[in-house]
Unconditional design. Structure first.
Length: 394
């Protein structure tokens, strides 16, 4: 069978999953992505075409009549590729509702349409605006759905149509999304949680190689590590302020920050202002591989101060305990309070300081071992790819 995925870009972690599906099943993977700069991908998201084993088609992405991007020559491409399934995410799936002729032609061809949603950004159908706003983090609240009451209700009505008329199945990466999507009319048996994972096989192999090359490499228990784009909604400034508060109690506290982004100058200025240049280092962008593994192995604790996701998986694969708040929903499958990590209240400095302090007085080696066990036994690349394969075959 053949499956076409519509993506705004090619993030390196997703390529590994698609490679595995393409290589280890009877499913031929084809990916349609924008030609040139994407209108949907966030700036600074690391993309890569290195090692891709599936077909990539680049189409011109332009603004459709309803103001959101879609692909030119999309139907012509689909007619040529003849897929059995098309997997589509926001905002591309708006075309199925607002271009009814396109939907009709796809249905006539018997193509199954799957949604791929990020459920933590989606309100349940009967959820009030107040309830939705309360469960969302500050980093989400610059979106239109929080600024316009009419948009909030229109987007819910849109999804009601899509999940009762258009989509055959939905693919989610968190269990929390099942009830949300079910509220729009899609039967639960047609909702599959695929979870999310980096290439855990490659990570474990890299760890072995690094330990052989650097047998004396040891972790520092009070060295915190943060990986992510340097943007406001990652809350890295909050983490820097937490280091300042904890420094009198833990003079050897360190924070290593991996990433690049628009907030870099402001964050470095904050570090200088707080006299933390001896405690906090900016390491730039380091994408997977040996360089990143070395930084994980030198650290004692991984902290995700704001929104994110896969860096938690990567840190756990390196046997690190985790401190996080509301990330992207996947953390609920990975981080368990006082077992392999601690949670803190979103954007709350006092709560973050308390979580780090508790971690520094805990058995971080044992907690890190539990982290690795979760990755080895459940949330790993083979498992995630098998979830995709099962859903697509069905």
């Amino acid at each position: 069978m053949k499956v076409v995925f519509l993506f705004g870009g090619l993030p390196h972690y997703l390529n590994k999953v698609l490679n595995k599906i393409n290589a280890e099943s009877d499913i031929e993977v084809v990916v349609i992505v924008p030609e040139g700069n994407s209108l949907t991908f966030g700036s600074g998201v690391h993309q890569s075409e290195v090692g891709i084993d599936f077909k990539v088609i680049r189409l011109v992405e332009s603004s459709a009549w309803y103001g959101k991007p879609f692909f030119k020559n999309f139907y012509k491409t689909i007619a040529s590729e003849k897929p059995d399934v098309i997997v589509t995410g926001w905002p591309y799936f708006l075309a199925y509702m607002l271009m009814p002729l396109l939907l009709l032609r796809l249905k006539i061809k018997g193509i199954k349409l799957y949604a791929r949603e990020i459920p933590f950004t989606v309100p349940a159908y009967n959820e009030t605006f107040e309830a939705f706003e309360k469960r969302c983090v500050d980093g989400q609240k610059n979106e239109l759905i929080f600024k316009n009451g009419l948009a909030f209700w229109l987007l819910k009505l849109m999804r009601k149509y899509l999940y009762t008329v258009v989509f055959d199945k939905a693919l989610l990466y968190t269990e929390q999304g099942i009830d949300i999507i079910y509220s729009y009319g899609l039967a639960k048996e047609n909702i599959t949680v695929t979870y999310n994972s980096p290439d855990t096989d490659e990570i474990f192999e890299t760890i072995k190689e690094i330990k052989l090359k650097h047998p004396h490499l040891t972790s520092k228990p009070h060295r915190l590590l943060h990986i992510g784009r340097l943007v406001k909604w990652k809350n890295i400034d909050l983490l820097i302020k937490a280091v300042q508060v904890l420094k009198p109690k833990y003079p050897n506290i360190e924070l290593a920050i991996i990433g690049k982004g628009e907030e870099e100058v402001n964050l470095k200025t904050l570090v200088n202002t707080l006299n933390l240049t001896d405690n906090i280092s900016f390491l730039g962008a380091i994408y997977e591989g040996e360089g990143q593994t070395i930084e994980f192995l030198k650290s004692g604790v991984y902290v995700l101060a704001g929104m994110g996701g896969l860096s938690i998986n990567e840190a756990m694969a390196h046997s690190l305990p985790i401190i996080c708040s509301v990330a992207d929903g996947t953390e609920k499958h990975l981080v368990f309070e006082d077992k392999n990590g601690f949670y803190f209240k979103d954007s709350n400095l006092e709560s973050l300081v308390d979580a780090i302090d508790k971690m520094f007085t805990s058995d971080t080696i044992e907690m890190g071992a539990r982290s690795k066990a979760i990755i080895e036994q459940k949330i790993n690349l083979p498992f995630v790819s098998s979830q995709f394969i099962g859903a697509l075959r069905s």
